[in-house]
Structures are given as structure tokens and as C-alpha cells.
Design a protein. Structure first.
Length: 83
């Protein structure tokens, strides 16, 4: 059950990122998918969806790999110094 929940958590941002790429591609070819919204807004929305989707996916993988100890030294969390 936990693997299915993790899959769903990763699929939703992936779909949003793919839709963002589609919006940017359609803007490049002059196709409006948002009705009367200007094309520049469609491009910005697509860029935001793509960055958020990929960023969420990358953050999820980094967190999981940190927990399992599979990251290089530069990606490990630094311990806070106590004064």
C-alpha cells in the first residue's frame, strides 16, 4: 500500500510537468489552450507547472536518497553547531 501511495505522489507532479511542457510547446506554435488568455500567460503557466513538477520529483528523490545514505558528501545535511 505504501508503494502505491508513493507512486501516486510521484505520478501527479509528473503529469503536471508534462502538461506544462505541452502548454509551452503549444505557445511556440501559436495554439491557445486557455481560451481568451494571452499566449505569454500560457507560456508562463506552463513554465511554472514544469518547474514545480520536476522540482517536487527531484526533492522527493533527494530526500529518499539522503535517508538511505546514497548521496555524495556535498548533498548531505550539515549538522548545526551548538554554541
Amino acid at each position: 500500500m505504501a508503494r502505491l501511495a508513493a507512486l501516486i505522489v510521484l505520478v501527479i507532479p509528473g503529469i503536471l510537468a508534462a502538461y506544462g511542457i505541452k502548454l509551452m510547446r503549444d505557445t511556440f506554435f501559436g495554439i491557445s489552450n486557455l481560451g481568451t488568455a494571452p499566449l505569454w500567460f500560457q507560456f508562463v503557466l506552463g513554465l511554472a507547472l514544469m518547474v514545480l513538477g520536476i522540482g517536487f520529483f527531484a526533492g522527493f528523490l533527494l530526500r529518499r536518497d539522503r535517508k538511505n545514505g546514497r548521496v555524495s558528501e556535498r548533498f548531505k545535511e550539515k549538522k548545526a553547531k551548538s554554541d
